[in-house]
Design a binder for this molecule. Structure first.
Ligand SMILES: Cc1cc2nc3c(=O)[nH]c(=O)nc-3n(C[C@H](O)[C@H](O)[C@H](O)COP(=O)(O)OP(=O)(O)OC[C@H]3O[C@@H](n4cnc5c(N)ncnc54)[C@H](O)[C@@H]3O)c2cc1C
Length: 433
């Protein structure tokens, strides 16, 4: 029996380095409104320092240039990385590039003929030299991907793609788009789709707009982190641009989204902690109605509740990570769904309380909280809405139960059973009275 919550000292030293680096170098940078060019210029030397520290692309196995730390150690690192908006980019595991690199690697593993994709797209992506996007959601199909309508029809040596996508994150700044398309419309619903790489600028690809959201409400275009609406009209790409095998798009998506979701949850732990620190600091600093806010019971409840929720989310997340490391992604699917909706709610709750305790100041751009609040709301929707994950968890749990006409804990039935089973002892006891 081995239960161990400790971190080995060597890795702890790396975590300490990362915490100082994020606080000293990235928190200040987060406050600047950078253009794409400025960001590239500023970020490159910082990425080099992360590489030197051996923490670059820590989600990837060493064969792909990562640290190969496994999910638990990665979770501890992401807890730090998640505190800063720019940190995932600087640490080489920015979504969607991190997930897309894993997708391309999986695709090459499953279809060795596509080995050439390694040099062409995978390696530059891993090196941070190109950007990618994952183009799956459509205005008419999101949480139920069996409803996707974008098609790819084979014409000689080419795929011809037609469809309308939106919420393709980084779509307007990406060098490649990995597009989920229906290639086998007659197959069973989960075997209809495939993924195809479409290089940006391919004729027929029109990025209509970066959709303004509550995260970035002002109209903009070509911005890092934006979510693009894209038309694919008779887009022709070579057949070899298929990722993995034809008809296995869902399987690949499942393999990509599992780890991707847990990485989000890990980063949320960091964001929650940053908001929590602000909540505590403010409670000790603000005086109103005869005492510091920290002396009011409501505020104490917020602090205690936030701490309890954060610890619960942290343990659930690390447990899911441990299951992935020990038994593989499939064994952790229930746990991943569990933390996806629970972690998103905790993130939201803690930031909301931190906003509230700051009063009007909490709503201003003088603090990072208003942005964190706006960004946190989306966590309950992307990578599967809460309701879908709750439903997944419940269905998986219910597989372990059988219906019972009489409740199995029905006391009169249990009593009758016990009376029969212990009849001798009960009689003896009665006759001794
Ligand atoms: C910030 C952000 C980034 C994104 N990035 C990408 C990206 O890079 N690439 C990409 O392809 N997509 C991306 N998406 C899209 C995201 O994957 C979808 O928004 C998500 O899958 C939900 O789909 P939908 O928005 O169409 O909602 P719908 O499918 O229309 O669902 C709407 C609501 O219906 C309810 N609902 C749905 N199913 C059930 C159910 N079974 N039981 C009960 N209630 C249910 C839920 O409340 C849900 O929120 C992003 C979204 C956001 C917000």
């Amino acid at each position: 029996m081995a239960w161990d919550f400790s971190t080995d000292p060597e890795y702890q030293a790396k975590l300490d380095w990362a915490q100082d680096f994020v606080r000293d170098e990235l928190f200040p940078l987060d406050t600047l409104d950078l253009t794409e060019d400025q960001m590239n210029q500023l970020v490159r030397p910082l990425q080099a320092r992360v590489k030197e520290a051996g923490l670059w692309a820590a989600h990837l196995p060493p064969a792909l240039g990562g640290g190969g730390f496994g999910q638990v150690k990665l979770g501890l690192l992401h807890e730090i990385v998640g505190q800063s908006r720019l940190a995932p980019l600087v640490f080489g595991n920015n979504a969607p590039d991190s997930g897309n690199a894993e997708l391309l690697a999986l695709g090459i593993e499953q279809a060795p003929d596509s080995e050439w994709q390694r040099q062409r797209w995978l390696q530059p992506l891993l090196d941070g030299d190109i950007r990618s996007a994952f183009s799956m959601t459509e205005p008419g199909a999101g949480s139920d991907p069996t409803l996707l309508s974008t098609t790819a029809v084979r014409d000689g040596d080419e795929w011809v793609i037609n469809g309308h996508k939106w919420f393709t994150s980084h779509g307007s700044v990406a060098d490649i788009l990995i597009v989920m398309v229906v290639t086998d419309p007659e197959a069973a619903p989960h075997q209809r789709s495939s993924m195809i790489v479409v290089p940006a600028g391919t004729p027929g690809v029109t990025v209509l707009r970066d959709v303004p959201t509550m995260e970035h409400p002002e109209p903009h275009f070509g911005r890092f982190g934006a979510h693009s609406e894209i038309l694919y009209e008779n887009v022709r790409v070579p057949v070899e641009n298929l990722v993995g095998e034809q008809g296995k798009g869902f399987l690949l998506a499942q393999q990509r989204l599992g780890p991707g979701r847990i990485h989000h949850c890990m980063r949320w732990l960091g964001q929650s902690k940053r908001a929590f620190d602000m909540l505590c600091e403010r409670s000790l600093s603000r005086y109103a109605h005869g005492s510091n806010l920290s002396d009011k019971q409501t505020i104490q409840n917020w602090i205690a509740d936030s701490k309890a929720e954060m610890e619960a989310a942290r343990l659930l997340t690390l447990q899911a990570a441990w299951k992935m490391d020990t038994y593989g992604v499939k064994a952790a699917l229930t746990d991943i769904s569990l933390i996806k909706f629970y972690g998103a709610q905790v993130l939201y709750n803690v930031i909301d309380r931190a906003v509230q305790i700051h009063g009007a100041l909490g709503l201003t751009t003088d603090l990072p909280l208003e942005y964190m609040y706006r960004a946190a709301r989306a966590a309950r929707i992307y990578d599967g809405p809460d309701e879908v994950h709750r439903s997944t968890v419940a269905r998986r749990i219910l597989r372990e139960y059988e219906p019972s006409e009489v409740p199995s804990q029905h006391v009169p039935s249990m009593r009758a059973h016990a009376q029969e089973r212990f009849a001798d002892a009960l009689e003896l006891h009665t006759s001794n009275l």
